[in-house]
Write a protein that binds this ligand. Structure first.
Ligand SMILES: NC(=O)c1ccc[n+]([C@@H]2O[C@H](COP(=O)([O-])OP(=O)(O)OC[C@H]3O[C@@H](n4cnc5c(N)ncnc54)[C@H](OP(=O)(O)O)[C@@H]3O)[C@@H](O)[C@H]2O)c1
Length: 182
C-alpha cells in the first residue's frame, strides 16, 4: 500500500491505470489484497498480474474479490499457453504476451513456416507471428529500437490467417519457456 502511494506521488497522479504484480512471489496474496484495497479506493483503475501460470492463477482467483484484468505471460509461437488461455478466458482475464517475437530466439525470424505463410501475404515473419497472437485476442507488446520495425509490427491488420494456417503453428509449441522462466 505504501509503495502504491509513493508511486502516485512520484507520478504526480491521483490514480494509476493498471498495476501488475510482476511474478508470484511468496506473499502475492497479501500484495494483491493491498492492490484490491487501492482499487476499491479509486487509486488503481485496473489491477492484474504477470507470470502467473495455471496453479498460481487458480489460487489467486480462488482467494480474491477483484478478478485480475490482465495476466502478462511469455507467449509466442514456441510457447502458446493454450491451457492457461482457456483458464483466463473463463475468468474474463485478458491474456497479454511478453516476448511475442520470442525475442528472436529459436530462429524465430528465420522460421520456415512463418516465412512460407508470410510470402503468401507479402508479410514478414514478425508480422505473421504477431498476427497469430492477435487473431486469438492476445495483447502483444513487442519491444524494438528501430522505427521501421515499429511500422512493420503495426502493419498486420490487412490480412487474416486461415484456420489451416493457424493450425500449422500449433505444432511449433514447445510447451516450455525459452527464457528459463517457469
Ligand atoms: N513481465 C515480464 O516478466 C516480462 C518479461 C520479459 C519481457 N517483458 C516485456 O515484453 C516486451 C517485449 O519483450 P522482449 O523485448 O523480451 O521480446 P520481443 O518483443 O519478442 O523481441 C524484441 C526483439 O525483437 C526485435 N524486433 C522487434 N520487431 C522486429 C521486427 N519487425 N523484425 C526483426 N526484429 C524485430 C527487437 O530488435 P531491436 O530492439 O533491435 O529493434 C528486439 O531484439 C518488453 O516490453 C518487455 O518489457 C515482460
Amino acid at each position: 500500500m505504501r509503495s502504491i502511494d509513493s508511486s502516485l506521488k512520484v507520478l504526480d497522479m491521483d490514480y494509476i491505470d493498471l498495476l501488475l504484480i510482476h511474478e508470484p512471489t511468496a506473499d502475492y496474496l497479501e500484495i494483491y489484497r493491498a492492490m484490491e484495497d487501492a482499487y476499491k479506493a479509486g487509486k488503481l483503475r485496473s489491477i492484474g498480474v504477470a507470470n502467473f501460470l495455471e496453479d498460481h492463477f487458480k489460487r489467486l482467483t480462488g482467494n480474491c474479490t477483484v478478478i485480475p484484468a490482465v495476466n502478462q505471460v511469455e507467449t509466442h509461437i514456441f510457447r502458446q499457453q493454450k491451457n492457461l488461455r482457456k483458464l483466463l478466458n473463463e475468468k474474463g482475464t485478458v491474456h497479454e504476451s511478453w516476448s511475442p517475437l520470442a525475442c528472436g530466439r529459436n530462429g524465430f525470424f528465420r522460421n520456415p513456416i512463418l516465412a512460407e505463410i508470410g510470402a503468401k501475404y507479402d508479410k514478414t515473419a514478425a508480422q505473421v507471428g504477431l498476427r497469430f497472437l492477435y487473431q486469438q485476442d492476445i495483447i502483444i507488446i513487442p519491444k524494438l529500437t528501430h522505427i521501421e520495425r515499429m511500422r512493420e509490427n503495426f502493419d498486420l491488420l490487412d490480412f487474416e490467417l486461415t484456420e489451416e494456417e493457424m493450425n500449422a503453428f500449433y505444432v511449433l509449441d514447445l510447451g516450455k519457456s525459452l527464457f528459463d522462466w517457469w
